[in-house]
Every structure is written in C-alpha cells, then in structure tokens.
Design a protein around this ligand. Structure first.
Ligand code: IPD
Length: 277
C-alpha cells in the first residue's frame, strides 16, 4: 500500500543519512583498497564493507524479517517477502580518489515480483521505495512506487522532447576487459551522434541525474541489481522509460533509460552501433 511504501521510504532515507555520515567521516580519515574482486580494477575498500555492515544492522534492527541483498555480502534471506537491495558505496573508484560522485543506494523490493509487476523489458516493477544519497554534496534523491521522485522536497522530471543529436548521454564501463573492449566499440558508434558523453562513475547517480534533467539519457551493460534498483525507480518515477535488465545478482543485459521518445531513438542507435538491445 502507499502508506507502507511511505514508511519504507522514510526508513530507507534515515538509514542512508546515517550511513552517509559514517562513510563521509571515513573518507576524511583516508581510504585505501582492501581487496580486488572480479578483476584487478574491481576494488573494494574497508569503508564499503563497514558501510554495508552498518546498513545491514540498521535494517535488521527495524525490520528483522526482511531480506537483504548487498554488494559486499552474501544474501540474507528474509521471511516477510520484502528485500532490501543495498550498494553501500556506488562509485567506489571515485570514493577511493576523493572525487565527489559516489552514493549510498538503498532500495526495497517485493521479492520475485519483478517479472509479474514489471512486465517484459522493464525493471523495478517490484521496487517500492528507493533512496540515493550523495554524501559529498548532501543531495538525496528518493522515490516510492506511484509516489513520484523527489530531491530536497521538489518533484523530479526527466527532460522531454530532446532529439538524439542534442542528447547528453551518460554511460559506464564494467570491470572485465572483454566487456570494456565491446563497450569502447559501441561508444565509437554513439559519440558522433549525440551532444556528448558523460562517465560519472556511479550508476545510481547517473539515474538520478537523468531524473533531475541533468543528463538526457543513460545506458550501460553489465550492471548488478544494487547499482540500479533505487536509481531505476527514481528515474522511472521522474518519467523515464527503462528497459532491461530485471533485478538479479549478476546481469549482462543492457540497461537503457531516457524519456520515451529519446529511449526509442537511443535503442535504435545502439543497435546500429552493434549492440543487441
Ligand atoms: C560501479 C559504478 C560504475 C559503473 C560500474 C559499477 P561500484 O559500481 O556504478 O559507474 O560503470 O558498472 O560496477 O563498483 O562502484 O559499486
């Protein structure tokens, strides 16, 4: 129900603020790489792990029966039918270098409902609440399903009516070198056809920038559910059309997000650029 979503959103908001303060304190004390994950460029810092642990304990204190899917930890199976999808620090490389584009991303989703609620080709059909906080700027983006997307009390709306050749398009790159080679090839086809490309370095903030009209479109292959669950709901509630991938732990599908007209044009361009979208 709308009231339940509002309560979940308020809790996600409070937890994100708490976690953001803790991560920002840690950033000020200094950050180093703790380990590499899938490839030598796929890094994790102690702060990613500590922040996820903090978020996990705050969720379980308030809602012990919910499940949790986090980037740095194993899945916690809940019994309530609701799952929290958490990226403690999205934009870890920016965080490591003290570039101010990294975010805490927290979403709440109805388990297993993505296909039923979202329908083929859409995502986040089952995501009921999402919060993305940029601790460096203090900006917090939030949305509940059917309740619109907001930042600092103002409703967010994507840019409408932008033709492809005037579109500012964000994208991102995965960590595996074969994926990056394919992403670079696609970029060869895209860059000459649009206003420009941005690589912000945080999928969650890319989707919020789209929601806020600061970019016109975003696409990326190889995201995980925690990268796009909260930002995807925020962008959709701001009027974006988003196709592929469904929620899931590892996903090689392409996510494309933009106002509906531009979305269609961008998918066609990506196909010409050799993408199977
Ligand atoms: C990464 C960021 C980046 C995107 C990568 C993600 P992480 O998340 O969102 O912008 O291009 O695909 O893996 O590793 O910093 O949480």
């Amino acid at each position: 129900s709308a009231a339940a979503s509002a309560d979940l959103l308020a809790l996600a908001h409070a937890i994100a603020v708490h976690a953001g303060e803790s991560a920002l304190d840690a950033r000020r004390r200094g950050v180093s790489v703790a380990a590499t994950k899938s490839t030598p460029t796929d890094i994790v810092t102690a702060v990613d792990r500590d922040t996820e642990e903090l978020i996990r304990s705050l969720i379980l204190d308030a809602r012990p029966d919910d499940g949790i899917v986090g980037e740095e930890d194993d899945v916690h199976i809940g019994t309530s039918g609701l799952d929290w999808i958490v990226d403690p620090i999205d934009g870890t490389v920016n965080f490591l270098y003290d570039l101010p584009s990294w975010a805490i991303s927290i979403a709440v989703a109805e388990r297993g409902g993505a296909d039923a609620a979202g329908g083929a080709g859409s995502i986040d059909g089952a995501t009921v609440a999402g919060v993305v906080l940029n601790p460096s700027s203090g900006e917090l983006f939030e949305a509940s399903l059917g309740g619109g997307a907001h930042a600092a009390g103002r409703a967010l709306a994507v840019n409408e009516g932008v033709p492809l050749h005037q579109a500012l398009v964000a994208t991102g790159f995965g960590y595996a070198s074969d994926l990056r080679r394919r992403q670079a090839e696609v970029l060869l086809g895209v860059l000459p056809e649009v206003r420009d490309i941005r690589r912000i370095g945080s999928a969650a903030l890319d989707l919020c920038a789209l929601a806020a009209g600061r970019i016109d479109a975003y696409y990326e292959r190889g995201l995980n559910a925690w990268d796009h669950a909260a930002g995807g709901l925020i962008a959709r509630e701001a009027g974006a059309r988003i196709t592929g991938p469904h929620g899931g732990r590892e996903n090689s599908e392409l996510l494309v997000a933009a106002a509906p007209d531009l979305h269609e044009e961008l998918v066609a361009l990506l196909r010409r650029a050799g993408v199977d979208a």
